[in-house]
Design a protein around this ligand. Structure first.
Ligand code: NDP
Ligand code: 8X3
Length: 251
């Protein structure tokens, strides 16, 4: 395997995954909405092994066109990492903004569907490939304000399991990685630009770093072809039982 397609490679886990696979000599298709961030990656790694694509995963036609237009050495795609995603807001359901709910559903659920559907027929035809989904512990552990975000990640978890059923008899692999507290732009986005709020969430704790998840992805992909890593649930040591149980050193 040598070509990986990563959604949401402009920040956090996606960017760290792009860097990990580039360092390991893979061809990387790095996608996201922010062109300037993709340009930074090209400036750092050059265009030979890195194809930057401005892509909004909510746009099914654009996703289909992006996959259809890929050419060697960026085709065929051996690994798809469905990483693009976000949480918006921390309100209880009865006070949440329905627009935020739509954006989370369109990105975290429909975005995963669009990319998976676009890449899967080719993988089945070649009888090889790997779909790596980025779920979350929020898909398994409920918390106040987690409502649609957590439910969207539960969707990703069950979709990953169901994909394995549909792919039974092929050599295509499916992995769902479920990280806990991880410092990235995630909380800044969730709190709509509130830097102080984002800083406070990670204060006095040692969260996961994006590279920790990139290493999980690398490990799952590197297993021998007959091994399917189904789920990886990974939290920082300071966290237990989901989002709200974080041990803080000075509190
Ligand atoms: P970041 O906010 O740092 O990165 C999110 C990425 O998703 C960005 O590259 C962003 O790119 C991309 N993205 C968002 N919306 C879209 C869209 N419509 N189309 C294409 N790309 C999009 O957060 P993380 O790296 O932490 O998050 C990555 C994944 O990990 C998400 O699915 C998140 O739910 C999950 N996760 C995060 C955890 C955490 O605590 N941080 C824990 C568990 C899971 P751009 O804005 O340029 O489009
Ligand atoms: C993000 C992790 O627990 O903050 O997926 O919802 S959590």
């Amino acid at each position: 395997m040598s070509t990986i397609f990563i959604t949401g490679a402009t920040s956090g886990i996606g960017r760290a995954t792009a860097e990990k696979f580039l360092q390991e000599g893979w061809n990387v298709i790095a996608t996201g909405r922010r062109e300037s961030r993709l340009r930074e990656l090209v400036d750092a790694y050059g265009p030979d092994k890195l194809l930057p694509l401005v892509l909004d995963v909510r746009d099914r036609a654009a996703v289909q066109a992006a996959f259809a237009a890929l050419k060697s050495p960026f085709a065929p795609v051996d690994v798809l990492v469905n990483n693009a995603g976000l949480a918006l807001g921390v309100s209880v359901a009865q006070q949440s903004d329905p627009e935020d709910w739509d954006t989370m559903v369109d990105t975290n659920i429909k975005g995963v569907l669009h990319c998976t559907r676009a890449v899967l027929p080719g993988m089945v035809e070649r009888n090889t490939g790997h779909i790596v989904n980025i779920g979350s512990i929020a898909g398994s552990y409920a918390y106040v304000g987690g409502n649609v975000y957590g439910a969207s990640k539960a969707f990703v978890e069950q979709f990953s399991r169901n994909l394995r059923c549909d792919l039974h008899g092929t050599d295509v692999r499916v992995t769902n990685i479920e990280p806990g507290l991880l410092e990235s732009e995630f909380t800044l986005v969730r709190l709509k630009g509130n830097e102080e709020g984002s800083r406070k969430l990670y204060e006095d704790a040692e969260p996961l770093h994006p590279v920790d998840v990139a290493e999980c992805i690398w490990w799952a992909v590197q297993r021998p072809a007959h091994v399917n890593i189904c789920r990886i649930e990974v939290m920082p040591v300071c966290q237990r039982n989901g989002a709200t149980e974080v041990f803080r050193k000075h509190k």
